[in-house]
Design a protein. Structure first.
Length: 317
């Protein structure tokens, strides 16, 4: 008899949507293989994520209703920061406990750990790290890494403003981008009033509740926080300039830039440096591509994690 798969996660404007997205992408594979899945998740304040969740076939349970459930013969897969949720991990007799962890996740106990980081963790037989285990939301229609020598002029830029209220470009950066307006299309992804009030007059604003695949695919350059979004765009073969938006992106920013997977746009603080942005926007696209290393990041990480879990389950039977 197949065990039920129970996902436990959190999402809000402070921690972002990455935790839940990873659970969704992994749950899709379990569902395709005829496992029953539940997602333990309170309502979020991220509208596009709620819309995406509505499209899935995952049974969703609020945390206040958890006492009504019995978890017999169940595997728990959990991905969150909040130590307040740890009791839900420890108060039930799970068949297996599997932690999906990034560099800022507290040191929760688990039978297996899959690190969502380019940091090489000290691993043992029950923990896995590196680019091949990154769980990413697929960008449909991507062609991967393209070394296109004919593409040299910048036409389309997409700027992900980040979670919560979003990143507001400083005045120097806004002035710089405005000077490019006649030559390039500069799209800003964000929904908050702060974003709309600051960018409405100058840039096209895209609501993140819509599928952004087509916008990403047509972009020559992507500007993104050092988040899961940056990794997804790199996996799709895009040239990415990245910056630090919140504290938990510092390690990811360092990994992406020192490993030459994305171009650094931040200085020492959580902002975009106008000099670095200017260099990024005025560079020859082909030369930018030449300066990037092939990432090894793809959209098959969820499948690899799934197969490892199935192997582990067979060994525990």
């Amino acid at each position: 008899m197949k065990p039920d798969i129970v996902f436990l996660s959190e999402s809000n404007s402070d921690v972002g949507a990455g935790h839940v997205i990873r659970c969704i992408e992994l749950a899709k594979i379990f569902l395709r293989n005829q496992f029953k899945c539940k997602l333990l998740l309170d309502p979020t304040n991220i509208s596009w994520l709620e819309a995406y969740l509505d499209q899935t076939q995952i049974e969703r349970v609020s945390l206040e209703s958890i006492h009504e459930l019995k978890f017999q013969n169940s595997i728990l897969i959990y991905d969150f920061y909040s130590e307040n949720l740890e009791n839900l991990v420890n108060n039930y007799n799970w068949k297996l406990k599997i932690l999906i962890s990034d560099d800022f996740t507290p040191k929760f106990k688990a039978d297996f750990i899959f690190y969502q980081s380019l940091t090489k963790h000290e691993t043992n037989i029950n923990s896995f790290s590196g680019s091949k285990f990154l769980i990413l939301k697929k960008i449909d229609g991507h062609l991967g890494y393209l070394n296109d020598k004919s593409k040299r002029q910048l036409k389309n830029v997409i700027f992900f403003s980040g979670g919560g209220q979003g990143m507001i470009l400083n005045q120097n950066c806004q002035k710089l981008v405005s000077e490019f307006k006649q030559d390039i299309s500069f799209k800003v992804v964000g929904k908050s009033e702060l974003i709309r009030n600051n960018y409405r007059k100058s840039f096209e604003i895209i609501d993140p509740k819509y599928d952004l695949s087509s916008y990403i695919l047509e972009a020559d350059l992507v500007i993104s926080p050092a988040s899961t979004t940056a990794l997804e765009c790199i996996a799709a073969g895009k040239i990415v300039g990245t910056f630090k938006f919140v504290a938990n992106q510092s390690i990811s920013y360092k990994n992406l830039t020192t490993q030459q997977l994305a171009f650094p746009l931040s200085d020492s603080d959580f902002d975009i440096d106008v000099t670095k942005l200017n260099k990024f926007l005025t560079a020859d696209i082909f030369e930018l591509r030449q300066n990037l290393k092939t990432s090894g990041i793809d959209f098959n990480g969820a499948e690899r994690v799934y197969l490892k879990i199935i192997d582990a389950l067979a060994n525990f039977e």
